[in-house]
Design a protein around this ligand. Structure first.
Ligand code: X90
Length: 276
């Protein structure tokens, strides 16, 4: 059986080992300039370009056609999207899945709404990879993956809410409470896939300790952690050290935010997916 795992690029996952894989890019648009969130994209360069750019910026999710192209000719497709509460990516993927099944009635496809982004999507993809390797049936894989996704969470620290607020991805009231500029906000993905502020970190030095405190309060017990950052390796490393000092066997990977996540989490932002 030809299996394929398809994620949109908000997962920050760029390659995958044991299963055929595709990342479907979102885009950031700044005036005439378009930044496509593909494997070659330089998020740090975009972030520094945007600090000089005063015009209107926006983002775009993948189209139905983009997803159909990514599905290719696989027989069993497992697709994971950015939360449907903040993006049309899940909708595009779902319409593409319907079209695909009309064209290929004997194939199977499941679209997971991650209700999240970044490392929490990556963890689900890794779990799918394991379940596929075990040779389980399509329906069993979907069932076990859904159960697993109830045991993962997402935390993040954002340099500001500017791009999220300007693009209507957080309500004005939330942005106001957090303060739009100049405050590092700690937040989590809520149960319904929205951004939920849970605290502020006053000063860069407080970010990793605050993230670690929330991680344990949210039920982390030493399992997997997937940390992605934009231009902030020291904060990511500090979080890793804090986790390892309490949980020496923790499986922690540090990666880079792509174009989409770097746009919304901004320079310095961290996105952390973990198991509870
Ligand atoms: O144009 C589009 O369809 C993309 C819109 C994306 C909006 C949210 C992206 C979030 C990126 C920032 C912090 C994490 C918030 C996650 C809440 C579930 C990362």
């Amino acid at each position: 059986m030809k299996n394929k795992i398809v994620l949109d690029s908000s997962s920050n996952l760029r390659e995958f080992s044991n299963v055929d894989f595709a990342s479907v890019p979102l885009r950031v648009i700044a005036g005439e300039q378009e930044f496509i969130d593909d494997i070659n994209a330089d998020a740090a360069a975009m972030a520094s370009y945007l600090t000089q750019f005063n015009g209107k910026t926006s983002t775009a999710c993948p189209s139905v056609g983009d997803y159909l192209e990514a599905f290719g000719d696989a027989e069993h497709i497992f697709c994971i999207t950015l939360t449907s509460s903040l993006s049309g990516s899940y909708h595009s993927a779902s319409v593409a899945a319907q079209t695909y099944l009309e064209q290929h009635p004997n194939r199977r496809i499941h679209v997971f709404d991650s209700l999240s982004t970044g490392g929490e999507m990556t963890l689900l993809a890794e779990k799918l990879g394991e379940l596929i390797a075990q040779g389980l049936s399509f329906d069993t894989i979907v069932e076990k993956a859904n159960a697993y996704s109830k045991r993962t969470r997402l935390l993040f620290s954002l340099e500001s809410l500017r791009n999220l607020a300007n693009n209507g991805r957080v309500p004005a009231a939330v942005a106001k409470i957090a303060g739009i500029l100049g405050i590092r906000m700690i937040g989590k993905a809520s149960e319904d896939g929205k951004l939920q502020p849970i605290g502020k970190a006053r000063g860069e030095k407080r970010v990793a300790p605050e993230l670690f405190r929330h991680l344990t309060e949210m039920g982390y017990q030493g399992g997997k952690v997937r940390i992605d950052h934009c231009c902030n390796p020291s904060c990511a490393e500090e979080l890793r050290s804090l986790i390892l000092s309490r949980f020496p066997a923790a499986d922690i990977l540090i990666g880079l935010n792509g174009i989409l996540c770097s746009f919304y989490a901004e320079i310095g932002g961290l996105i952390v997916g973990f198991e509870t």
